[in-house]
Design a protein around this ligand. Structure first.
Ligand SMILES: NC(=O)c1ccc[n+]([C@@H]2O[C@H](COP(=O)([O-])OP(=O)(O)OC[C@H]3O[C@@H](n4cnc5c(N)ncnc54)[C@H](OP(=O)(O)O)[C@@H]3O)[C@@H](O)[C@H]2O)c1
Length: 255
């Protein structure tokens, strides 16, 4: 690249992006942002109806094409057939956003059952690994691509009520660096380490207690879901041509 033209560097025209957990929250915003940048997007989550609704809204609002897909990222054995079917229907995937995630709360660490621990690792770590393995291999054999893992600042600042989740997200940060080497140079693999965003997950929070905590953030507040999109678009696009194996923190400056 001899010069940098922002009008083309962030353009995703002709690319197809799979956004797991694209029906709500951060994934929904990322899917819409990518569509506005010209991508065809696939909105995937467990609830097909909500994916259909999100895909229809994105298609209506952006003029790009969005497709719904049913996907449970915590079911390892279903992921290879899912990828085969997806590619058969929509062609090769250029961008994978491993966004689907969950963190069930618990009171005492002794309340963490093996089943809960396994489920949290299945969804937040094993599923993203398997999807990256399957799609990264295809991307590397074809026209290249970008994989973006959505992790959490809990990975580096683990609070007592999210320990399995924090460990899973720390593992995903580590996988990000390793997968960048696995699939480079034509496939870039990066993570966005998200801080506190006001999505459905925040509906269960004590907002007064949160406001007191957020006052100590450099930004002084929690993030709006749309405020993740710029980072995701950067990592998905040619603008990030030399950015791979990185973990980009987007947390409003949490201490
Ligand atoms: N919000 C935050 O403050 C925050 C902070 C740090 C990191 N993050 C991370 O950011 C990502 C998105 O979080 P969010 O706040 O946007 O979550 P959210 O609002 O709860 O949305 C979660 C999305 O993931 C889907 N999903 C959940 N489990 C799934 C599964 N097993 N298979 C496929 N899809 C699944 C949901 O749809 P269905 O229910 O239809 O499956 C939904 O589309 C997660 O990885 C989360 O850990 C969020």
């Amino acid at each position: 690249m001899t010069g940098f033209d922002p009008r083309t560097a962030f353009d995703l025209t002709g690319r197809t992006a799979l956004v797991t957990g694209g029906s709500r929250g951060l994934g929904r915003q990322i899917a819409e942002g990518f569509a506005r940048a010209g991508a065809t997007v696939i909105v995937a989550s467990r609830n097909l109806e909500s994916c259909r609704a999100a895909a229809a809204e994105i298609t209506r609002d952006t003029g790009a094409t969005a497709h719904p897909a049913a996907l449970h990222v915590g079911r390892w054995d279903t992921l290879a057939p899912f990828v085969e079917k997806l590619v058969a229907e929509h062609g090769e995937i250029d961008v994978l956003v491993n966004n689907a995630g969950m963190s069930p709360l618990y009171d005492a660490v002794t309340d963490v059952t093996e089943a809960l621990f396994d489920k949290v690792l299945d969804v937040n770590l094993k599923g993203p690994f398997r999807l990256a393995a399957l799609l990264g291999t295809r991307m590397a054999a074809g026209r290249g691509g970008s994989i973006i893992n959505i992790t959490s600042t809990g990975a580096v600042r683990p609070s007592p009520h999210i320990l399995p989740y924090a460990a899973a997200k720390a593992g995903l940060n580590t996988l990000t660096a390793g997968l960048a080497h696995t699939f480079g140079p034509t496939v870039r693999v990066n993570a966005i380490m998200a801080g506190t965003f006001l999505t459905d997950v925040s509906k269960a929070w004590d907002m007064d207690a949160f406001a007191a905590r957020a006052a100590r953030f450099a930004a002084g507040r929690g993030g709006q879901p749309s405020e993740i999109v710029g980072a995701a678009l950067y990592l998905a696009s040619d603008a990030a041509g030399y950015t791979t194996g990185s973990v980009l923190t987007v947390d409003g400056g949490q201490p």
